[in-house]
Design a protein around this ligand. Sequence first.
Ligand code: SAM
Length: 330
Amino acid sequence: PAHLCDTASTFRYVRVNLLVTSVDAIIKAFQDDRYRLVDLGQAEGGPMHQVLAAKSRVFACDPDLNDLLVFPPGTDLHAHPLFVNGSIVLQDKASCMPAHVVQPAPGSVALDACAAPGNKTSHMASLMKNRGRIFAFDMDQRRLDTLVQLTGNAKCKIIKAQCTNFLDVDPLDPSYADVEYALLDPSCSGSGIVNRQDALVDSYIAIVNPGGANDARSSETRAQNLAEFQTSIVLHAMRFPGVKRISYSTCSVHAEENEGVVARVLQSQSEFGLAAADQVIPTWPRRGLETAGLTKEQAACVVRTMPEDGTNGFFVAGFVRLQPADIAST
Ligand code: SAM
């Protein structure tokens, strides 16, 4: 499962598992293993590509996420002792964004609604320093088994995995009264995954030419069904009385599943608004599209990634519970 997002054309990202080690210790371990740490600097025009593209045995600190290191495309660390012993997790950068948007505090209670195979669950546990509780739901038992194994390898001790449909979980059950954070990464079309070339080409065409000839009725229906399901997952998470911060993500590049879902969620309820842009990976330049019902200001609050950024195509939005005064003024 950790290999799912890896493809030859994207950078290789290494997330440091803070439950086992520290970023400094991992940097030193790679240097001792004859990898050279390089500075990506602030140069215009894709410094990551220039510095890392053609070289081997170099690495850098990621400029946007503080627990991430970046290696040139093609670097294979699956046999590296640091991966084998759970000190590092091989996870695409885009997929590391949601946990940083949720920002679960150590000692708090969080939920992961569609959690398996569990890389984002394990990332939340890492940020929470194994203190508090994470309820991890998934309706697929086999994938949940993988989650238990994967989060166990990563030394996570605060995860309670349950095989269930998240939409059937009762938000008012007293067991969930203290849940403050929710990570929502529901099933999507997967059109942003780089190695699914056909899906990617379709997606580009759909963005450039929405409603164009390639939009077959069946795929439109499928996208609508997915968007409805994704919206219902977000609205359900908002019914947990203590939830105050939510991340919603997909590995899709279709606006319908991304900006469209955000717009529907904002229209359907008044207790949550979008997290401000400076709370949502503020240094990442590619923001949402002003489309599918989102204003320019709202689009600036959400994040997109595309293969040309050296990641999979991905989307992340943050929602925060509004204070009563904010609700009165909306
Ligand atoms: N967040 C995961 C990670 O980072 O490893 C990946 C999640 S994957 C995109 C979506 C997951 O949602 C699948 O494992 C699927 O079984 C699960 N799922 C779909 N519908 C669900 C539902 N109604 N309730 C719970 N899980 C669901």
